[in-house]
Ligand binder design. Structure first.
Ligand SMILES: [Zn+2]
Length: 352
């Protein structure tokens, strides 16, 4: 009798255990099956569709307005299809996001490309040749150079207002190693002669100079082999486009912010056709360096001739805020040298 009772008890425990496992498995299965799909936000508001208006095919900054989150509130990459912009017009775009369990959601975006407004031209008082003055005087923030030779306007943090700088016009714009920064400008009228289309993984027809483009394709393939999808979100820009971008940034975010994150026309590496903004999503996330893609680039980009151009601890030297997405092609040897030395290109060349 006692033995039978024991057996009976054991059986009951076993049945209860099996039942618990079945219930648990069913709960997990149902959760996996029924959990909410990712959701999108547009300009920070929950939305399923949106419209953006742009003045060129470079929609990188604008796509950052669309973000996706999974059911647990974690941000997910926004996937965008490859589309070709043929010119001003309306382009419907379906963006996709997928959560870690493979559940997808879609966002409908209409890109309205308007004919570009008349772009403002360079300030006329800019001399052809540099005056050579070492005018590194400073004034407090918000000041405005009233033209002429009043010296540089320096914002807090040591960032100089580009309009207050008279840059040196470089003589070797077609060299792969040409330096372009706040103090070194491209000559008027220079356009790279060997621009080619690149694979973007993100919906836009972008171009780089041939050598940089080939290296980008190799780097992208190598990343893919490591399970990393790199997206090119901005590459070559014309002077007019850069001008429009700088003007829009200035009116939207003010001069001080613009001086940190946007280049004055003719002083953008993007106009060289050798700079690339890389992301893991349709726009550029603020925390790109913490993503698998950002980390992969920091570790490997120099092997393909690209360097992180505006590091976090070199802001005063590069004169730009930290941009973990902006990579400059300099060729493998030079990129490796800079990577190993930890120097910026300015430090390496010994120039401002
Ligand atoms: Zn950039």
């Amino acid at each position: 009798m006692r033995r039978n009772e024991k057996v009976y008890k054991r059986r009951r425990i076993a049945v209860a255990c099996v039942a618990a496992v079945v219930v648990l498995a069913a709960a997990v299965g149902l959760t996996l099956l029924l959990h909410p799909s990712p959701h999108f936000t547009f300009d920070g508001e929950k939305a399923a569709a949106g419209t953006i208006t742009v003045s060129s095919a470079d929609i990188s900054g604008e796509l950052g307005r669309v973000k996706a989150y999974d059911w647990l509130g974690k941000e997910r990459p926004v996937q965008c299809p490859e589309i070709g912009f043929a010119g001003p017009g309306e382009y419907p775009l379906t963006l996709t996001a997928e959560d870690g369990l493979g559940k997808q959601a879609q966002f409908t975006l209409t890109v309205v490309w308007e004919a570009a407004p008349e772009a403002p031209t360079e300030p006329e008082e800019e001399p052809e040749t540099p005056s050579g003055g070492e005018g590194s005087s400073s004034s407090s923030q918000g000041g405005q150079s009233s033209g002429g030779n009043t010296g540089e306007v320096v914002y807090s943090g040591g960032i100089v207002e580009p309009a207050s700088i008279t840059p040196e016009v470089i003589s070797n714009p077609s060299a792969i190693t040409a330096i372009v920064n706040k103090y070194h400008a491209l000559p008027e009228g220079y356009t790279p002669s060997d621009l080619v289309a690149i694979t973007t993984n993100c919906g836009k027809n972008l171009q780089l100079r041939k050598e940089a483009a080939e290296s980008w394709e190799q780097m992208m393939e190598a990343a893919k082999a490591d399970g990393i999808t790199l997206k090119a979100v901005s590459a070559y820009r014309t002077k007019d486009y850069q001008n429009g971008l700088f003007t829009r940034y200035t009116s939207q975010y003010g001069k001080e912010y613009t001086a940190q994150y946007s280049a004055y026309p003719r002083r953008s590496e993007h106009e060289l056709g050798l700079a690339l903004d890389i992301s893991n999503t349709a726009g550029i996330p603020d925390n790109f360096e913490t993503t698998a893609e950002g980390k992969w680039l920091m570790k490997n980009a120099h092997n393909y001739g690209f360097i992180l151009r505006y590091p976090e601890d070199k802001v005063k030297i590069t004169q730009y805020g930290y941009e973990p997405w902006h990579y400059r092609y300099l060729g493998k040897d030079l990129a490796e040298t800079l990577y190993k030395s930890g120097q910026t290109y300015e430090e390496y060349l010994g120039v401002k």
